[in-house]
Ligand binder design. Structure first.
Ligand SMILES: C[S@@+](CC[C@H](N)C(=O)[O-])C[C@H]1O[C@@H](n2cnc3c(N)ncnc32)[C@H](O)[C@@H]1O
Length: 413
């Protein structure tokens, strides 16, 4: 199903491909994030059980200017892992930028398909082991139909990484959109509306919730495309946790993880021990909904999902044949950062959260190289086995909840 607004959305991404990216920047940095970081896919989708030598067939649905596509293709290539990434989007302008970014990196493991994800059931693509759909479903005329189109090309045992907007952290966005619809009506040319939005932002009252919401940055640092996407979009909707879980349920999907898991734990946001205890007695979905409402900070939800009833199981941190991986962290540097106080701190939605480092935690961190199996890492510490394993369990619980310490399958699976 498409509608008139959908045609406007298509034109918008043709005129302002998103996000704004300069292929020259590939020489300076790789944009990494969630979903679709390879370490996350290994852990959250495949439960650290899928042989890395098995080719990964991935689809990036609504791939835009290529962030997830470039990241995943680069990570596969860097690890010497087989696989193919398919970029699918309606925007030819976005395709041109994504292509140039891949060329700049010399990556050849990406296929481009220009079209609508709603047509996936008839495009003859797939099946895909992994599907990314980041910041797209909430712009569709019927997100449930979009999700079911994605599921139609999901391989058995595969999973998806999704991102949708969340309401509380977007406080200020919808009132600014409302103001701009009146100041710069949708029937005016987009460049003129962008100019009006810039005037509006320059003189934004400091008490406006958009001015007070430090979590939002697209209208400040995202260029014209960021302003269009955040403030002039023809259609976006935000999902609370219950809204999101209902969407997933309707598509026959089950949650493997909300990212970062600690964000969805009410204990992260509730300091009062009695309230924490009450929260701990709630079913998981209620806890996640409570965490969202208690934090008040979430602007997006990132979720890894698999088919419901497919027997997904979390990686087993006691399985010493698995490979511990620090996601975008260096173990030695992290251990040094903890210092004598034994505390690490991580930023979640602008809130700094501490993670206590257990005794021997620093030594374990220094031993994690992303290649050695857990057993070898722990045996290399040179301390009594039981103490080391206790420290590992505590370290894993703290850092896995932050999505920083993950597990991967060794060669052979
Ligand atoms: C906000 S951008 C997100 C881009 C990218 N996923 C990212 O996170 O950087 C949304 C993208 O979805 C694409 N899109 C919207 N509707 C689509 C559809 N029905 N089929 C394919 N792509 C679509 C747009 O063209 C646009 O590139």
């Amino acid at each position: 199903m498409t509608d008139r607004t959908d045609a406007i959305v298509a034109d918008q991404y043709e005129a302002y491909p998103y996000p704004a990216r300069d292929p020259k920047d590939e020489a300076k940095r790789l944009v990494v994030g969630s979903p679709s970081h390879l370490a996350e896919i290994d852990h959250w989708v495949f439960g650290a059980r899928r042989d890395p030598a098995r080719p990964l067939n991935a689809l990036i649905a609504g791939g835009g200017t290529g962030d997830a596509c470039v990241m995943l293709a680069a990570q596969l290539a860097r690890a010497g892992r087989p696989g193919q990434v398919t970029w699918l989007d309606r925007s030819a302008a976005a395709a041109a930028i994504a292509r140039r970014r891949l060329e700049a990196r010399g990556l050849t493991n990406v296929t481009f398909v220009q079209g609508s994800l709603l047509d996936l059931p008839s495009l003859g693509l797939g099946p895909f082991d992994y599907i990314d759909c980041c910041g797209v479903l909430h712009h569709l005329p019927d997100p449930a139909a979009g999700l079911s189109a994605l599921v139609s090309v999901l391989a058995p045992g595969g999973g998806l990484g999704l991102m949708v907007y969340a309401p509380h952290g977007r406080t200020g966005v919808y009132m600014a959109q409302d103001a701009l619809r009146r100041l710069a009506p949708p029937d005016r040319p987009l460049p003129e509306r962008v100019e009006t939005a810039r005037r509006f932002l320059r003189a934004l009252h400091p008490e406006h919730w958009l001015a007070r919401n430090a979590r939002l940055n697209d209208h400040i640092a995202g260029g014209d495309a960021g302003i269009v996407d955040l403030l002039l979009h023809a259609r976006d909707r935000a999902y609370t946790v219950p809204d999101l879980l209902a969407l997933l349920d309707g598509a026959g999907l089950a949650t493997a993880a909300l990212i970062e898991p600690a964000r969805y734990d009410p204990a992260t946001w509730l300091a009062d021990p009695r309230l924490r205890a009450r929260a701990a007695g709630l079913p998981w979905a209620e806890q996640a909904a409570l965490a969202e409402a208690a934090s008040g900070t979430m602007a997006v939800h990132i979720v890894y999902v698999v088919r419901a009833g497919a027997g997904w199981a979390a990686p087993d941190p006691a399985d010493e044949t698995r490979i511990p991986v620090l996601r975008e962290l260096d173990g030695a540097a992290l251990a040094a950062q903890a210092g004598a106080g034994g505390r690490l701190s991580f930023d979640l939605d602008g809130v700094s959260l501490p993670v206590a480092l257990p005794p021997l935690g620093a030594a374990i961190l220094r031993g994690i190289d992303g290649r050695s199996p857990l057993g070898a890492v722990l045996d290399g510490i040179g301390a009594p086995a039981e103490r080391v394993r206790r420290a590992w369990a505590a370290l894993y619980a703290g850092l896995n909840a932050m999505n920083r310490l993950l597990l991967a399958a060794p060669p052979g699976g």
